[in-house]
Design a binder for this molecule. Structure first.
Ligand code: C2E
Ligand code: MG
Ligand code: MG
Length: 591
């Protein structure tokens, strides 16, 4: 039987063939390999009344061909066909179904599971052949068609909703959902046709500041201008979206053979490097861009996002307003960071941290007048780690708060312990930015002092200038509360930050620690010497105690003496050492 050739047309009186597009005539495709069954269905249809035009097919292949070339209001599809599983036929018809054809499965088996499978695969009904009466069949077909029409209407409104859901209402750009779908659809295409694509993630620099200082309306307007500028730069066919907040993404196709992505990123940076004026306020609009390539970096959509995100994070870290490509090297660095973060958490649990102490020497007496507590990590695989290898990760992840608290407790206990008690040694503990911002800081300091019975005047807290200036008012309140406990505050790495002297004047500081970088070219560099002298003089004149750190040679020690510093710290006198070594050092130097 060829497609539609064997179609037998029935009118109400079973005589006249009816053209397929005559309205009011139901066009039905009957698919059954058993001729007797087909005849029975045709008879039932006829008896059911109404005008029909029926096409018959005896195999799945014929049925699919008829379906492809004809237009039907309903298909009565036998589940058991010789050449293909009925469900598969249903799926194939479903995938091609354009109009409102209802599909009704027919079977001789009363099987609920099968019925469910058929409905889930897109059938509008599941009928038992033996139960078919003319009225039942006609009603089933009519209801199936109605159901299918409702389904289609639902799908249509779903599509409309999706359109709405795919757009970012603020900028009119595609949103994350659409972008995600596009990326997922694009990746297999690139694989199939040997193409490549680039994912560019863009994040506005310091957008939070704009929102915080100028309000959300201004922030929204800035985002709209940025969207317009990005639109003007991207090429036809590339996809631009706003992922949310101040994050945008671009999917650029067919890249890699030339430096098109480089040029694109340059144009993007240039377009946004022009400040935006909103209501008389001039705002920067620069972005940091992370770029990941498919398939060079990965062919997995989620991975590609992660790669671009890492690259973007790197662009931010490197100073913003720039683009960074993902690379294996970057990946390794990030993995190391991730691993270090994991290890740091374990280290807290397993007690792998330690505190080393570096003596400070009084310029006047030459005696040890204090020690600085410096955290160390006995890493189970990497050995003894210096703070430079893990503190920034600890700071980023917030773990620094727990580590810092532990160091504070440990240092107070050690300072009050037998080895140090009886001397007038002071212990200086470094405070991180996070610790200074933590609401519990003052309570933690009080707790450490109480638990160790260390006199408060023996504790100094070292804070760098930049940390202080970041949130001066809040810092001031906390520092004053700490000073009220009797603890001294030291400005660490003095000279490396951007502190205005008027700020310093307001802070309850006892000591300035001149940064070691000022000693690098001393005594050879004349200018360096003058700078060091000026710094020491200024700090002295402001009434601060002055400690110079990084003293590595006898000449440097002499110069610090000559310039009027109060104390020195550096490898020339002693390196940071364990508590046991410090005990021995103190005994040696005291005798
Ligand atoms: P910092 O507070 O300025 O500490 C002085 C750093 O200079 C120490 O490095 C010390 O070993 C090093 N140093 C001392 N004398 C010399 C010298 O003569 N020459 C040279 N080249 N270096 C010298 P370390 O122990 O690696 O610590 C580095 C930084 O890590 C510290 O700088 C401090 O900012 C931070 N840090 C250390 N321990 C802690 C801690 O418990 N909490 C917090 N938040 N930060 C800490
Ligand atoms: Mg310090
Ligand atoms: Mg320092």
């Amino acid at each position: 039987m060829g497609p539609c050739i064997n179609g037998v047309c029935f009118s109400a009186d079973n005589v006249l063939p009816v053209p397929p597009d005559v309205s009011g005539v139901m066009r039905i495709l009957v698919v059954d390999d058993d001729e007797l069954d087909r005849m029975a269905i045709l008879r039932t249809l006829r008896l059911g009344g109404g005008a029909h035009m029926v096409t018959e097919a005896a195999t799945a292949d014929e049925a699919l061909q008829c379906f492809a070339h004809g237009t039907f209001d309903a298909v009565l599809l036998d589940y058991r066909l010789p050449d293909m599983d009925g469900l598969e036929v249903l799926r194939r018809m479903n995938s091609r179904r354009l109009g409102s054809t209802a599909i009704l499965m027919l079977t001789g088996m009363d099987d609920d599971d099968l019925a469910t499978q058929c409905i889930e695969a897109g059938a509008q009904d599941f009928l038992l052949k033996q139960d078919l009466s003319p009225r039942h069949l006609m009603r089933a077909v009519t209801h199936a068609r109605m159901r299918h029409r409702i389904e289609l209407a639902l799908i249509e409104s779903h599509e409309r909703l999706r359109e709405l859901a795919e757009q970012d209402p603020l900028t009119g750009l595609a949103n994350r959902y659409f972008f995600d779908q596009s990326l997922r659809a694009a990746i297999p295409r690139t694989r199939r046709y040997g193409l490549n694509l680039a994912l560019l993630l863009l994040d506005l620099d310091n957008f939070k500041l704009v929102n915080d200082s100028h309000g959300h309306d201004v922030g929204d307007q800035l985002l709209r201008v940025v969207a317009e500028r990005l639109c003007a730069v991207i090429r036809d066919g590339d996809i631009l979206c706003r992922l949310g907040g101040d994050e945008f993404a671009i999917l650029a196709f067919q890249v890699g053979q030339d430096d098109s992505i480089h040029l694109l990123s340059e144009r993007l940076l240039a377009a946004l490097n022009v400040p935006v004026e909103i209501g008389g306020v001039v705002l920067p609009a620069t972005v940091s861009i992370g770029i990941a390539l498919c398939p060079d970096n990965t062919s997995d959509a989620d991975e590609l996002f992660k790669c671009a995100d890492l690259a973007m994070y790197r662009a931010k870290r490197d100073g913003r307003n720039q683009a960074h490509y993902f690379s294996e090297d970057l990946h390794r660095q990030v993995m190391r960071r991730v691993q270090t973060e994991r290890d740091l958490r374990a280290a807290l649990l397993h007690g792998e941290f330690d505190v080393y102490y570096q003596p400070q020497i009084s310029v006047v007496t030459g005696d040890v007048c204090g020690v600085e507590a410096l955290v160390r990590w006995h890493h189970p695989e990497r050995g003894l780690l210096l703070p430079g290898e893990f503190l920034d990760i600890a700071e980023d992840t917030g773990l620094i708060e727990q580590i810092g608290d532990w160091v504070l407790d440990r240092a107070c206990l050690d300072a009050a312990s037998a080895g140090l008690r009886g001397t007038s040694l002071k212990v200086a503990v470094n405070l991180s930015a996070r610790q200074l911002q933590a609401p519990g800081l003052v309570a933690n300091v009080r707790r450490a002092l109480e638990a160790s019975h260390l006199p408060p005047s023996c504790l100094e807290l070292e804070i760098t200038e930049s940390v202080l200036i970041a949130d001066i008012e809040e810092s001031l309140i906390r520092l004053e509360a700490i000073v009220a406990l009797g603890v001294n505050i030291v400005i660490d790495d003095f000279g490396t930050g951007y502190s205005s002297l008027s700020y310093l004047k307001r802070l309850p500081i006892s000591t300035m620690k001149v940064d070691k970088s000022f000693l690098f070219h001393v005594p050879d560099g004349e200018k360096d010497k003058r700078l060091l002298k000026a710094l020491i003089l200024m700090a002295c004149n402001m009434g601060f105690q002055v400690v110079v750190e990084g003293v590595e040679t006898a000449e440097q020690a002499d110069i610090c003496h000559e310039y009027g510093a109060d104390a020195m710290q550096g490898f020339f006198f002693a390196r940071p050492m364990s508590l046991t070594d410090l005990d021995a050092f103190l005994r040696r130097t005291a005798s």
